[in-house]
Design a protein around this ligand. Structure first.
Ligand code: HEM
Length: 437
């Protein structure tokens, strides 16, 4: 925006009264741009999603196929499947936009995870930023839910089978299982009601919640200001502030400097995603064919970011199931819902668990905080090992070991590896700090 246009807008909207907003300081730290990558991935998801929504048909009613894919010519196929075939092979740029949407969703989740690690290892969640940590954690869960609900939409054999795993998990909840399955899947999955229900969740409810929480996330960020890395004496002297003064943040003003950096990050994000969309294919629905309730494809797996949940589900031994007063608590419920809920609960409440009184506005150096760094590495190790457990049939096949033999080993690894990783990290970092951590 030109200076003239800005002063016109400022005149109409009294922006000068919000000088703090336009002048808000953004510390010039590269890792602080990860949140922006997440934001811009979301923008690209929404824009590409609007394009896809113009052609997608959320219905399982059979229609005759007469598009360009020879093998389905004249067949009666579910309308949802036919519409995705049409988007992929009939609509100009359809395949590209479908791939863009797919890769943007993956980058969205990946950049959220990296942004979360940055905030965690910098201790940027401490007083007073606990609110944004909690909101951020909810955003992470919603990002995964958005992806999950989109997975089934093409209604092909692979995606429907993978989504069906979620249906079984929802139905396994004691007492409320039927209600939950009804709420998310409109009854049995797959059924005629499921696709419209998942479509509603995927394009309206979950994105609306994400937008709402994002607005609050940004408002809280502006109100509380960013954290800032350790300030050097020369930086402090150049800005004429005290080196330890936490009440001011040094950085680039929101306008025009940070706006320009943001534009670069946006175009880089869009460019990288366009390259991925141009060269990397996504889920080939022609190869899988439409959903067939009578068959199950050989190797069904969720996306990488849901793999850790799947790992818990796979390795929790059946004998752990129990019942109380006739109500059954299945291993499926314990592995796929109770354990992940505990992990997510600890993450959400972390700023209150690691109670650290007094506001902190400078970021912490991970190498000077052995306990926090060790717990963070242990958490990442837990998710990684659980994710490996989710791929047990791949390992089993490659190593020639049956999953019955492999699962108990993986269950022990889920417990032992994170503890070992945490202890080793603690010792290394603590030795580096001279045992003062
Ligand atoms: C939709 C997902 C998210 C988006 C788009 C987003 C966006 C942003 C942006 C642009 C910033 C400012 C720049 C930066 O520090 O990176 C920020 C700051 C912050 N975010 Fe997020 N975020 C998301 C999810 C999360 C998650 C999952 C967490 C943690 C669980 C989180 C916690 C925070 C905190 C505590 C700050 C303040 C950091 C500081 O002042 O240093 N956010 N977020």
């Amino acid at each position: 925006m030109s200076v003239g246009a800005l002063s016109w807008l400022s005149d109409r909207l009294h922006l000068d009264e919000n000088q703090g907003l336009l002048g808000k300081a953004f510390p010039a730290e590269d890792s602080f741009l990860l949140g922006e990558v997440a934001l811009f991935s979301f923008v690209i998801i929404v824009l590409s999603g609007i394009f896809l929504g113009a052609f997608y048909e959320p219905s399982t009613v059979d229609v005759a196929y007469n598009g360009v894919v020879d093998q389905f010519q004249g067949e009666e196929l579910p309308a949802a499947f036919v519409s995705v075939l049409h988007i992929t092979y009939g609509v100009p740029f359809g395949m590209f936009i479908r791939r863009l949407h797919h890769w943007a969703a993956h980058l969205f989740v990946a950049s959220i995870a990296l942004h979360m690690f940055r905030v965690y290892f910098n201790g940027a969640y401490r007083n007073p930023r606990e609110i944004n940590w909690v909101i951020g954690s909810l955003l992470a869960v919603l990002a995964m839910a958005a992806s999950y609900t989109g997975y089934a939409l093409p209604f092909d054999e692979f995606a429907s089978t993978a989504t069906g795993i979620g249906y079984n998990i929802a139905a396994s909840v004691p007492i409320f299982g039927d209600f939950l399955a009804q709420l998310v899947f409109a009854g049995e999955f797959p059924s005629a009601g499921a696709i419209p229900r998942l479509y509603f969740l995927h394009v309206l409810l979950i994105p609306a919640l994400i937008v709402g929480l994002l607005v609050v996330h940004m408002l809280v960020l502006v109100k509380q200001k960013h954290t800032e890395g350790e300030r050097s004496s020369s930086e402090a002297a150049a800005a004429d502030v005290d080196q330890d003064d936490e009440s001011v943040v040094l950085g680039l003003p929101a306008y025009p400097n940070q706006a320009a950096v943001g534009a670069v990050v946006f175009f880089l994000t869009a460019g990288v995603l366009s390259l991925l969309a141009g060269f990397l294919p996504v889920h080939n629905i022609v190869a899988y064919g439409p959903n067939d309730p009578a068959s199950t494809p050989g190797l069904v797996m969720p996306d990488w970011f849901l793999m850790w949940l799947y790992g818990f589900l796979k390795v929790l031994p059946g004998w752990m199931a129990f019942s109380v007063a006739g109500v059954e608590f299945s291993a499926e419920f314990l592995g796929a819902l109770v354990l992940p809920t505990l992990v997510i609960g600890v993450v959400v409440l972390w700023p209150f668990i690691e109670s650290d009184p007094g506001p902190k506005h400078f970021t912490a150096d991970p190498l000077a905080a052995p306990k926090r760094t060790a717990i963070g590495i242990a958490g990442i190790a837990l998710v990684l090992v659980a994710s490996l457990a989710g791929m047990n049939n791949l390992f089993g096949g490659a190593l020639g070991i049956s999953t019955d033999v492999l699962n108990p080993i993986l269950a022990v690894a889920i417990l032992v590896v994170p503890i070992a990783a945490g202890v080793v990290t603690y010792v290394i970092v603590d030795t580096g700090t001279g045992g003062n951590g």
